[in-house]
Ligand binder design. Sequence first.
Ligand code: EPU
Length: 421
Amino acid sequence: MTQVLKIEGQHPLKGTVRISGSKNATVALIPATILSSQGPVSIIGVPHISDVESLNQLLSFLNVEVATPTEGHLIIDPTNLKNMSLDHPAVNKLRASYYFMGALLGRFKEVKMKMPGGCYLGPRPIDLHLKGFEALGASVEYTQGYYHIKAEKLIGNKIFLDISSVGATINIMLAATLAQGRTTIENAAKEPEIIDVANMLNRMGANIKGAGTNVITIEGVDHLGGTFHEIIPDRIEAGTYMIIAAAAAEEMMIDNVIPQHVESLISKLKDMGVSVEVEKDHVIIKKGQNLKPVDVKTLPYPGFATDLQQPLTTLLTQAHGESIVNETIYTERFKHCLELQRLGANITLSPATSIIKGATPLFGDHVTATDLRCGASLVVAGLIAQGTTTIHDVYHIDRGYDELDQKLIALGAKITRVDLE
Ligand code: EPU
């Protein structure tokens, strides 16, 4: 059974939306917990998304106990962890299952798992993760769809990342926490989620310095133990609601935000003529009148996030003039444009670039969420379109947005979720 979202457009939104814990931090924090050989790790602020369900299935498969005393609170006890070959179907459901590579390699010096899945955004190699594991002394074999990575012992090393990859930075950090000696990751990614993971690992007993800068140093320790951790707010969910507010809200307060994490978006929205009020932990946004076009180039943090490029494109269809979006992280991340064209957008694609001419009215139709943030861009479109927009393959949206339809309904949107046979 699949589900669709039916959005009746042009109902003005108003009120407050509370941002959940960061998906991209959570999907690394959960695998990181299995590095504890001494007691459970308690995490709060866990978003209600299907990626978490997939990771919990993998934890159970590895014989890790998971309790959920209250909504958003996970207690993960890896005391009886077993190093199983990860051939579980959940591995295919999300990219971040690859964090079990670094975590299991750190704990057992050996891991076997299939190729991770996740959103198709063009090629997504993991060569830098593997290069990092090899630099720590591991051998990597890939046969019949399985990675087999093992080491006699892991020994700290200096690792330069050709590209500042979020996944490779975290995965190497996970493996290196229990390696012997010092590991230095140079040209490390600087995303806030990396700092969140390093903070939790340090409270578990790791010795990591420099997370959030492009040089991270990890002094290996003998073992890690349990801790308590609260996840940072999701900057991409916050950014998505900020874009929704700029497109369709009389006034919206986006609460539980770290404004610094969404600075590049705030700056773009202001350039477009949107009214943005920034407070310590929330922002207030009103629908922009006479929106101006802007050019956007996606870049590693603190540059403009690739994950917000797709929802912002929908807003750009409402700006008067030509906007150019240049995607430098995933050069094929443009499937949403084809869906937006169905709704009336005027978008021309050329390699790694979309050119959006506005303002064009949008009209409801059937569209498909081809990936998570494509889904978000279609939700923004549905909210501003005339008539009803039906979004298929909603499971992509459910992977990463906590109760999206419920949060929007509370703001005044007319959305129904319908089961299709
Ligand atoms: N890359 C390589 N080799 C590698 C790893 C990455 O060439 O070994 C390249 C990628 O192909 C890409 C660039 O490096 O061109 C950056 O990729 P990165 O590794 O930073 O991405 P990721 O860790 O796979 C995370 C987020 C993505 C987000 C990117 C970029 C998670 C689980 N995913 O992916 O989030 O787009 O960083 O910020 O943290 C999403 O939430 O919708 C999403 C796709």
